[in-house]
Write a protein that binds this ligand. Sequence first.
Ligand code: EAX
Length: 323
Amino acid sequence: MQPTKLALGLALALGLAGTALAQTTMRISISTAQNSHQGVAIDTFAKEVEKRTGGRYKVQTFYNGALGGERESIEAVQLGTQELAFSSTGPVPNFVPETKILDVPFLFRDKAHARAVLDGPIGQDLLAKFDAKGFKALAWAENGFRHMTNSKRDVKTPEDLKGLKMRTMENPVHIAAYKGFGIITTPMAFPEVFTALQQGTVDGQENPLPVIISAKFDQVQKHLSLTGHVYSPCIFVMNKGVFDKLSAADKQAFIDAAKEGTKANRARVDEDDAKGVADLRAKGMTVIDDLDKSRFVAALAPVNTQFEKEFGKANLDKIRNYQ
Ligand code: EAX
């Protein structure tokens, strides 16, 4: 072979090998369906990572708890057996206890308030708490305000909740609060909830409209009450070691991609919230949308005193009064 041809051949071979080596594939998972507010979050993230890194990083997306429930996926990210996850804060306090404060009921007035807190210094300080636990928290996103559903009765007052057996997330703040309502709490991973509702293992559950709709809980639940009892944040988490190995520009690309994911996610939550009640009524659910929220707040007064002791009234007020 002529020297020039050999050189060309070598260059081609090296070039191709170089390309193959330079593409790294990572995985991200959610517990809801692809056609959901979480699906658009990770689909947008994956597209943006690829675009912003010139295709050197590819993110494979997994839906419906295909890689496990939220607790398992966060655990996998911490261990590094999975690079990324998108999860509600349900199981997060078991890993980063400082985030617990966000799960306090009736803490946020509305989505605008919650988003402002999460995007502001309080939310950003909380993201930084993940570093010491083996995570890089890329951005906050959301599930939305949680509402109660059940198969037994219309819930119009807090008294109607007494004795209902409800699935809760594996979250200590939620469990304490729902016990305060007189609910019989049954913590359970999300992938098991549909079957548990269908088989009557539990009477009810609580989730935001985007989750109720995408999980088709209307097929197994008759009564929905717009209690909006707690805001449910979501988060993009990455294994810290994997993040630390990225170049400075790629680190920024991942963070920016997560922010784009959050934008798409919040827009979809707004859309689902706007049409959700009509959708669910059309599917046969009875929706109580005029309950007196102050009675639910009052019912939690004793639990709230406990939370003020645990988290500090000043810290809770800082969030409540955030403008
Ligand atoms: O993140 O477990 C739950 O109820 C969550 O809200 C759900 O998995 C969506």
